[in-house]
Design a protein. Structure first.
Length: 221
């Protein structure tokens, strides 16, 4: 239903060049993106390789580095009032064979939630739109009613490293614990910078009984 509504409001075009394309990404632009894909799958990041004192997630996967065209596309999607670009990003994920294999090893995907104020201002949660479209084509459940933003926080990108940790501390809460207890969960976000947000989420999910966590993002800064 979501895909039908988006297709009606925004006829399918390539998210990069604007040419009409049912896949939301023409072959020429897809070829350009394939050349800059990194597809890094990391089993257990080491604390000393990040700015995190302790890492609560078990695996980490990113498709691109947050540079050039990917940076422009994500900024347009998040802040340029272009929700239809979710189709393009969903197809990037769906066409990634490594991610397809990884999805089979997990039970649930949870998109990083937004607080109600920011979601109201933007009109959509960019991570929810993308991963809901992915779920429609893959046999994996998306849970949007487990993880909630408990408080309004400042935009992480405007803060220093230490401020980011304090800003996101205790910002999330878990409901309906029975849906995630002893499950293998994917946390999906668009960009990974310091890891403060996804690590805080991983901490509370592990405390709620989640068995294993993969952080999946489109780009790593």
């Amino acid at each position: 239903m979501l895909e039908f509504v988006l297709n009606f409001l925004f006829p399918p075009v390539c998210g990069i060049c604007g040419k009409k394309d049912k896949k939301w990404l023409c072959e020429e632009c897809w070829s350009r993106l394939e050349k800059i894909e990194k597809n890094k799958y990391i089993i257990r990041l080491k604390e000393n390789s990040t700015n995190l004192e302790k890492i609560y997630f078990d695996e980490f996967f990113y498709i691109f580095e947050y540079k050039k065209i990917i940076r422009k596309l994500l900024l347009r999607y998040k802040f340029g009032e272009k929700p239809y670009l979710s189709n393009m990003f969903a197809n990037i994920i769906l066409n990634n064979k490594k991610i397809g294999t990884i999805l089979k090893n997990y039970d649930i995907i949870i998109p990083v939630p937004m607080d109600s104020k920011k979601k109201s201002e933007r009109g959509y949660n960019q991570t929810e739109l993308i991963i809901n479209l992915v779920s429609n084509k893959r046999d994996i459940l998306v849970e949007n009613r487990v993880l909630y933003k408990a408080k309004n926080t400042k935009t992480q990108s405007t803060l220093s490293l230490n401020e980011r940790y304090e800003n996101i501390k205790n910002a999330f809460l878990v409901k309906n614990i029975e849906k995630i207890k002893d499950k293998k969960v994917i946390i999906f976000d668009d960009i990974y910078t310091t890891g403060a947000t996804v690590n805080e989420i991983s901490k509370i999910l592990k405390n709620a009984g989640v068995k294993k966590i993969l952080v999946l993002v489109i780009a790593r800064d």
